[in-house]
Ligand binder design. Sequence first.
Ligand code: E4P
Length: 217
Amino acid sequence: MKFFIDTANLDQIKEANDLGILDGVTTNPSLMAKEGIKGPEAVFNHYKTICEMVNGDISAEVISTEFDKIVEEGKKLAAIHKNIVVKVPMIKDGVKAIKWFTDNGIRTNCTLVFSAGQAILAAKAGAAYISPFIGRIDDSGWDGMELIVQLAHIFRVQGYKSEILAASIRSPNHIIKCAEAGADVVTSPLESILGLLKHPLTDIGLAKFLEDAKKFA
Ligand code: E4P
């Protein structure tokens, strides 16, 4: 399973990248706004900086919702760097645009996926990545992990080439469950990635080893 970080914060991207386990980055308009990035030029420069920092796929989201405009915006985003993947929302014009991008050699990440039906449509249109938002499903009282399990089964049976990119991760346990269910990629905030490191027995064991090491140092 590939690890992407879900942020536009350069310090956090650097920290995850320095760990040596980072395969890519996902962003969205809310994450860009959180970093105070304003205006198309600043947004493009920010994507460029991320592409130069991380050797992996970088999702850049369109903010248009009509086919022609999504295509126009997506072409500009894709031109920033070879690793840009154009992130397109799961709407009717989005599906149409994903097919257009697929036919024209531009890779896409279909975002805001909350059902198997939506994922099947995105796969048919040729999306490179499909992003089910498991945390937001959990937030609404359903079980996001059930969707990952269902998609892993459907994609295997149907031989779909799209990668399941589990998004909206809320905890280290979400990451573990995604690995168990067969997600191809997980995109997570830094906190949940670092949460995987933690175990109290590791801390206790290390403290004891270091204490004992003083006896023969
Ligand atoms: C996916 O690519 C999105 O950026 C993200 O995972 C959304 O997560 P949230 O529900 O925490 O906003």
